[in-house]
Design a protein around this ligand. Structure first.
Ligand SMILES: Nc1nc2c(ncn2[C@@H]2O[C@H](COP(=O)(O)OP(=O)(O)OP(=O)(O)O)[C@@H](O)[C@H]2O)c(=O)[nH]1
Ligand SMILES: [Mg+2]
Length: 200
C-alpha cells in the first residue's frame, strides 16, 4: 500500500447490499476519472442485471480511485475489503489497523435488525476497532421501510451504543440501486470536509 492509499473494511449481515454498494461506488469513481470511456462502457446503467449479485463467501476487494490533487501525482486510492455476512465469526480477524469501517444494514428488513445489532455490539467493543471511525450505512432506502430511520436506530440501540463506545459513529441512509446518499458516503470515505453542494 502506498502513502496515497488507505484501507477500509465493509461488513454487515448477509444480503444487506455490501457487494452492490461497492460495485456502484466503483462505477461512480470510474465515471469521475474517465467520463467519456465510462459512458460508452455503461450504456445500460439501470438494467436489472446490473443489480444481481452473489453472496460473498470470502473477501471481496474493491479499489476506488480519484484524480490526484496535483498533476503527475498518482491517483489517491481507497482499498475496500468486503467481508461476507456468512463469515461474521471471522470478521474480527480483519480488524487489525482498521481506521474506517462501513457497517451496512438492510433498512427494509426488520427481521434482520436484531441480528445486525448483535453483530454490531462486539464489533464496537473489540479492542482493535477503538480508533476506527464507523459509518452505519442504512441501505435499501429505495424500498418501503417498515419504520422510520429514528425508530430503526432505536431498534439498533444506537444511542446506548454511542454512550458506551469510543468510536466516532456516523449514520448514512443510502440506496445502492438508486444511488441516493452515495455522494455523502463517498465524502465520508475520503474524509472530505467541504459541505456537499446542493443538487440542482
Ligand atoms: N432494493 C434494493 N436492493 C438492493 C440494494 N442493495 C442491494 N440490493 C439487493 O440485495 C441483494 C443482496 O445484495 P448483496 O450486495 O449481494 O449483499 P451483501 O451484503 O454483499 O451480501 P453477502 O455478501 O452475502 O454478505 C441483491 O439482490 C441486491 O441486488 C438497494 O439499495 N436496494
Ligand atoms: Mg457480498
Amino acid at each position: 500500500m502506498t502513502q496515497m492509499s488507505q484501507m477500509l473494511l465493509c461488513i454487515g449481515p448477509e444480503g444487506s447490499g455490501k457487494t452492490l454498494l461497492l460495485r456502484k461506488l466503483h462505477q461512480d469513481h470510474k465515471n469521475v476519472l474517465n467520463p467519456s470511456k465510462s459512458r460508452s462502457e455503461n450504456p445500460s446503467g439501470g438494467a436489472a442485471s446490473a443489480h444481481s449479485t452473489v453472496p460473498t463467501t470470502g473477501v471481496n476487494i474493491t479499489t476506488l480511485q480519484r484524480p490526484p490533487p496535483e498533476k503527475h501525482r498518482p491517483n489517491p486510492e481507497i482499498i475496500v475489503r468486503e467481508l461476507g455476512g456468512s463469515m461474521a465469526e471471522l470478521w474480527s480477524s480483519y480488524y487489525c489497523g482498521v481506521r474506517k469501517l462501513l457497517y451496512v444494514i438492510d433498512a427494509a428488513n426488520m427481521s434482520q435488525l436484531a441480528s445486525a445489532t448483535l453483530l454490531l455490539m462486539p464489533l464496537l467493543a473489540h479492542p482493535r476497532t477503538q480508533k476506527a471511525q464507523v459509518a452505519i450505512v442504512l441501505n435499501k432506502v429505495d424500498r418501503p421501510l417498515p419504520r422510520d430511520t429514528k425508530e430503526l436506530l432505536n431498534v439498533l440501540r444506537l444511542s446506548d451504543l454511542k454512550q458506551y463506545c469510543r468510536q466516532q459513529i456516523t449514520v448514512l441512509e443510502v440506496s445502492a440501486v438508486t444511488g441516493k446518499g452515495l455522494k455523502a458516503l463517498t465524502r465520508w470515505m475520503w474524509g472530505d470536509k467541504t459541505p456537499e453542494k446542493p443538487q440542482a
